[in-house]
Design a protein around this ligand. Structure first.
Ligand code: SAH
Length: 245
């Protein structure tokens, strides 16, 4: 695990674009001072034709956890959520990301926005010791649980350092094609998503089925699970939960 420091710099539009190109390829575009930036590198046809602006989750988060001050974010990617969420006055943010190249882009985006209240940690969330970073008032766990081999362990680790988790995840919607794994029903899914920067760090992940997701949260010590949004089709469903210990 290593920490990265940021320093703020005033850059021209051209300089920003140059840094964006140097740090690319990017998964998402980002907006700064009314200008949209994304690198000019080619993407696999039909997959990610160009970088996209990511949907925002900021409002939902502050609505369910309005008073939190020290927050842990997992799988921060290029900081689309980080930049929005960590802007809040008085907030102290710790963002964990497992891919150094994603972390460099995240660092640049934070630098650009002058966000000095964010500490960056390069680590595999399945191998790190959360106690070294905690305690926290809340965690943001978005888009990472279904990239793990043992998602229930992550929930248990989080429960040791925070009473509240904002969780967005996929779950496996078809119990018939899932298999039991300990106390849980899971589907083993190869990490072959076309965009490699979004993948998990291990070659195969285990998607929890819906009941097992709630069971894993309860097993971890989160006694309340509030469903904020849910939907899907085929076996790949998605759910947004506010978990409380
Ligand atoms: N949180 C963002 C990004 C999700 S993509 C969102 O909700 O849109 C998943 C991110 O988690 C990627 O940046 C990937 O590099 C990172 N990641 C995947 N497995 C990880 C692991 N085991 N440890 C740390 N980061 C991981």
């Amino acid at each position: 695990m290593c920490r990265v420091n940021q320093s703020a710099d005033a850059l021209s539009r051209q300089q920003i674009q140059q840094r964006v190109d140097e740090l690319g390829p990017w998964v998402h575009a980002f907006e700064f001072n009314g200008v949209q930036y994304f690198d000019s590198s080619a993407r696999p046809p039909g997959v990610f034709p160009k970088a996209i602006i990511r949907e925002r989750r900021t409002e939902d988060f502050w609505q369910v956890f309005p008073d939190v001050r020290r927050v842990l974010e997992l799988g921060a990617l290029e900081g689309a959520d980080t930049v929005d969420l960590a802007r809040r006055v008085g907030v102290e943010w710790v963002a964990v990301e497992g891919r150094p190249e994603n972390l460099r882009r995240l660092e640049f985006v934070l630098e650009l926005n002058g966000l000095r209240n964010v500490s960056l940690v390069l680590a595999d969330v399945e191998a790190m010791d959360f106690a070294e970073l905690g305690p926290f008032d809340a965690a943001v766990c978005s888009g990472i649980l279904y990239h793990l081999q043992r998602p229930w362990d992550l929930l248990a680790s989080l429960a040791q350092v925070t009473p509240a988790v904002f969780l967005w995840t996929h779950y496996w919607g078809d119990e018939n094609s899932a298999v039991p794994y300990g106390r849980y029903l899971v589907k083993e899914v190869p990490e072959t998503f076309p965009e490699p920067r979004l993948r998990g760090l291990a070659p195969v992940s285990r998607w929890l089925c819906r009941d097992s997701l709630f069971r894993a949260a309860r097993d971890a010590g989160f006694t309340a699970a509030q469903v904020l949004a849910e939907g899907g089709e085929g076996p790949a469903w998605e759910i947004t939960l506010a978990l409380r210990r």
